[in-house]
Every structure is written in C-alpha cells, then in structure tokens.
Write a protein that binds this ligand. Structure first.
Ligand code: ATP
Length: 312
C-alpha cells in the first residue's frame, strides 16, 4: 500500500453517462414496473465526484450544465450511495461530496446514476472498505436500475429493470453527437405516456424487437457504425416524442446534417446521433451547434466508475 493510498483524505472518482443503443420495453406489470431488455453504451460525458471525511452527509453541486434542479440533501442519489457504503463498512462518521456534473439533468443519460456509481467507488476507497465488485454491484442495484451499469461501464445488455447485466463485446469505438435540451423529461412521466400509447391505437409503435437486440450486439461486436445505425431502437421514443413533439424535427435535422441515425436516449429528451467516425461526429456536432442546438461530440465505450486521484 503506497503512502498516498494510506493517508488520502480526499478521493476523486469519475463515472460516465450512458446511451441506450437499444431499449425494448415490456408492458406494465402489476408491481408498476416494466421488464426491459436494453443494450447500454457508456460514453465520454463524465460526472466527477470528490469525497472527503465529514461529521455528517452533505453535497455541493457544480456543473458545466444547469444543475438548479439537482437536490443537495439526502434525496441526492450520490449522497444515498455514500451513506450505503458507510453503513456497509461500519464506519462511524460521514462524508462530504463535491459533485461536478456534465450529463444533462433528467436527460435520459443516467447522470444521477453516474454520480451514485462514482460515489460508491470513491467512498469505498476513502474508507479503505474494500467492499469489492460484487458487493458494490449489490449496493448499486439497491440505488437504482441504471447505477450498476454506470459502475460497470463499457457496453452491456441489461434485463429485468435493466440492472441484471451481461457484458457485451465491442470491436471498436462509436462516435456520436449528443443534443441536449434545457428542459428535462421526467422518466416516470415518459413511462406513463408509454402505457397510455400502448393501451391505445398506437400500440404498434411501442414495445420491443427481440431481433433488434441481436443486430445491435452484432454491430457492436463488429465495430460497424453503419450496421449499428440500422439496428438502434428505443421503445420509449414514441412516448418521449408524444410529450415533446419538438424533438422530432431535431431528429430529422441531425440525419439531414449527416448522422447515420438519430435516437432519443433512454427516456429523453437528449438525442443521440451516430456518426461514421470521429471526424464525422465532430463535424456533425459543429453543424448542429451552428443550427442553434446544444450539441457535443462523445464516444463510447468508455470505462465505468473509477478512481481518478487521491489527495491529502
Ligand atoms: P434516469 O436514470 O431516470 O433515466 P435521467 O438520466 O433522466 O434519469 P437524472 O439526471 O439522473 O435523469 O436525474 C433525474 C432526477 O433525479 C433529477 O431531476 C433529480 O430530481 C433527481 N436526482 C437525484 N440525485 C441526483 C443527482 N446526483 N444528479 C441529478 N439528479 C438527481
């Protein structure tokens, strides 16, 4: 164990946002949940969490994005994550979290889940708890369906609520332009709209394509963006577009500006446009910015939650 490791009293961890490159949603079950089959891709838009010892639990939130809607109290998912690790480790003290956000809030990219995953690994490290991957994964699943993937990173198939993960092989990197929106979408509201559409005349527009998942996994394995573009699928997209019809024109605009495909990310409203390669994605993002959109280039797969540095 190095000296820095032994005496660190501030630990900095980082975790990625995600795109659902396919998302099959089953009907609402009696317990209110929907069974999902999703292929997740972790992308290079990161949340940074720095943790330090404290008497109680507190958080300070900053960001490259508008963070006004993010709670700093015990309802913050990262604070809940920190508390879980402290309890699991039997530690008699608290933790302060400095969270720097880049993933759009309520954007469908799992930003809060990434904060929680980063907090899990950071507090585990700060306390020298040594909980190990299986226990951290169990804590992650208790916090929320997207937290295990933010811990895991890379690409993976998630079933159940999305938290039963199997790693997926990727044969290369995929470059995207993301378009985010100042006004987020509530995930429960999108699922309610999904249920409403499914019960109505638009049932055919919603739901699942088991064959689509296979095509997505093959395209990821082959590292082939064109094949992936033909296979991406989001069963929540009709519901997100129903609540936010303005997104439809942006999807068309992105494809006209050179994207191979455009989809709503998760429950939206962030839009993910797949490009043929890095320079294409950079040019696409620049073109979307010229058109007045809030756009940036990202790539995936990238690593899940990990320690960046220790200090003190
Ligand atoms: P989902 O995982 O449901 O798709 P999302 O990516 O759409 O989520 P998030 O930014 O993760 O959206 O958060 C959704 C809501 O959760 C926010 O509006 C906020 O009220 C609450 N929240 C709790 N903790 C956090 C956090 N650390 N960062 C952002 N939001 C948080």
């Amino acid at each position: 164990m190095s000296l820095a490791r032994a005496f660190a009293d501030r630990v900095h961890a980082r975790a990625p946002g995600k795109i659902n490159v396919s998302l099959d949603v089953g009907p609402r079950k009696d317990d209110g949940y929907h069974d999902l089959v999703s292929v997740f891709l972790a992308v290079s838009l990161y949340e940074d969490v720095v943790v330090s010892h404290s008497d109680g639990f507190s958080a300070r939130i900053t960001g490259d994005i508008d963070v006004a809607g993010v709670p700093v109290d015990e309802t913050n998912l990262a604070v809940r994550a920190a508390r879980l690790v402290v309890e699991e480790a039997g530690w008699n003290g608290g933790v302060h979290l400095d969270i720097h956000k880049r993933v759009p809030v309520a954007g469908g990219m799992g930003g809060g889940s990434a904060d929680a995953a980063a907090a899990l690994v950071a507090v585990d490290d700060l306390l020298h708890a040594g909980l190990g991957a299986p226990r951290l994964h169990r804590l992650a699943a208790r916090l929320g369906a997207d937290v295990p993937f933010a811990l895991h990173g890379g690409a993976a198939v998630g079933v159940g609520r999305g938290d039963e993960l199997t790693p997926a092989l990727t044969g290369g990197r995929f470059d995207w332009a993301l378009v985010s929106h100042p006004q987020g979408l509530s995930t429960p509201a999108v699922y309610r709209e999904f249920d409403r559409l499914r019960e109505g005349d638009d049932a055919a527009a919603c739901g699942s394509t088991a064959a689509g998942d296979t095509a997505v996994l093959q395209a990821l394995r082959a590292g082939d963006p064109r094949a992936l573009a033909a296979a991406v699928f989001n069963g929540l997209q009709p519901a997100a577009l129903s609540l936010r019809p303005d997104l439809g024109a942006v999807l068309v605009d992105g494809v006209e500006r050179g994207a191979l495909a455009g989809i709503v990310s998760g429950s939206g409203p962030t839009l993910a446009f797949l490009a043929g390669g890095e320079s294409d994605a950079r040019a696409l993002a620049a073109s979307l910015v010229t058109a007045g959109h809030d756009a940036r280039h990202v790539h995936g797969p990238v690593h899940g939650a990990h320690i960046v540095s220790r200090a003190g």
